[in-house]
Design a protein around this ligand. Structure first.
Ligand SMILES: NC(=O)C1=CN([C@@H]2O[C@H](COP(=O)(O)OP(=O)(O)OC[C@H]3O[C@@H](n4cnc5c(N)ncnc54)[C@H](OP(=O)(O)O)[C@@H]3O)[C@@H](O)[C@H]2O)C=CC1
Ligand SMILES: O=C(O)C1=N[C@H](C(=O)O)C[C@H](O)C1
Length: 247
């Protein structure tokens, strides 16, 4: 495949390496220094675009791909408030997009496990649930997209949780946490690629599930595999469409 990389930072560079290893060609690399090269003409040279840019940049980049009719894989997080509008516009313009808050196989297994556990724990109100995410200090968004997906999985399965609220280290939530709110605690520590924990705590014990990324390799390989999966498809997809986990 001919791949356009939108965003050539920490992730873009590893995605380039995996793309070349898997026999693909990089026909366009867009970073902050050559944004003018992000044109319809240049995008049309690619079979697929992969966006790992920045929360403020992803939406414009997606619409540029739609204009060029190039399928786009979006790994960038922090833009999900626009998800419904983009889904509608993608389908209305007969375009193709796949997004995911996390492309690693391990985290996608974890997403499934999280929902199975939440369904079970729904029967045990003595346990209070909380999500924690830890990332490197350059991360621009909080909570992480992965933590949002985890929280949404819990809210879907637990009758007493209706919404999540975020506490970023140093900026505690302004109001007291309500019983129907799920806390996502965000911590920023130098060089951490991504750690997510779900804890159910009772008076007598804790139950904890945790995913620890040792590097960014799992995210990057997953993004290239997602781009391969998207070939010859039309429409709006999420990473969950690639996996078919059973309980
Ligand atoms: N879904 C997943 O599995 C994963 C998602 N991510 C997400 O991917 C995104 C990128 O992560 P990461 O690579 O670590 O971040 P980096 O900051 O290392 O890289 C992003 C790059 O994009 C550049 N950029 C800024 N604006 C634009 C634009 N308009 N078009 C193209 N590039 C632009 C930035 O330039 P400059 O720094 O000069 O502004 C930077 O070089 C984040 O949102 C992160 O949360 C990360 C890992 C896994
Ligand atoms: O910014 C990152 O680094 C990561 N972002 C994604 C997220 O917001 O969940 C995925 C991964 O945790 C790394």
């Amino acid at each position: 495949m001919k791949i356009a990389l939108l965003g050539y930072g920490k992730m873009g560079q590893i995605i380039e390496r995996f793309s070349l290893e898997r026999g693909h060609e990089i026909v366009l690399k867009i970073g902050i220094e050559n944004l003018d090269d992000l044109t319809v003409d240049n995008l049309e040279k690619a079979d697929v675009a992969i966006d790992f840019s920045a929360p403020h940049a992803a939406v414009d980049n997606i619409y540029k791909c739609f204009e060029a009719n190039v399928p786009v894989v979006v790994g960038t997080t922090g833009w999900y408030g626009e998800l419904q509008r983009i889904k509608n516009d993608c389908e209305a313009s007969n375009n193709t997009l796949l997004y995911g808050s996390n492309f690693s196989i391990g985290v996608n297994i974890f997403f499934h496990l999280n929902k199975v556990l939440a369904k079970l724990m729904n029967n045990y109100p003595a346990y209070e649930v909380q999500v924690e995410e830890i990332h490197h200090t350059q991360k621009l968004d909080a909570p992480s997209g992965t933590a949002m997906t985890i929280a949404e999985g819990i809210i879907e399965e637990m009758d007493n949780k209706k919404e999540w609220v975020n506490e970023l280290e140093g900026t505690p939530i302004s109001e007291k946490l309500r019983n129907d709110q799920l806390l996502i605690e965000s911590l920023r520590i130098e060089n951490v690629p991504g750690t997510h924990t779900v804890v159910y705590s009772s008076e007598v014990d804790d139950i904890e599930i945790k995913h620890t990324a040792h590097s960014r390799a799992g995210f990057a390989l997953g993004a290239v595999v997602a781009a391969e999966w998207l070939q010859n498809k039309k429409g709006f997809y999420s990473i969950a469409d690639i996996f078919n986990f059973r309980d």
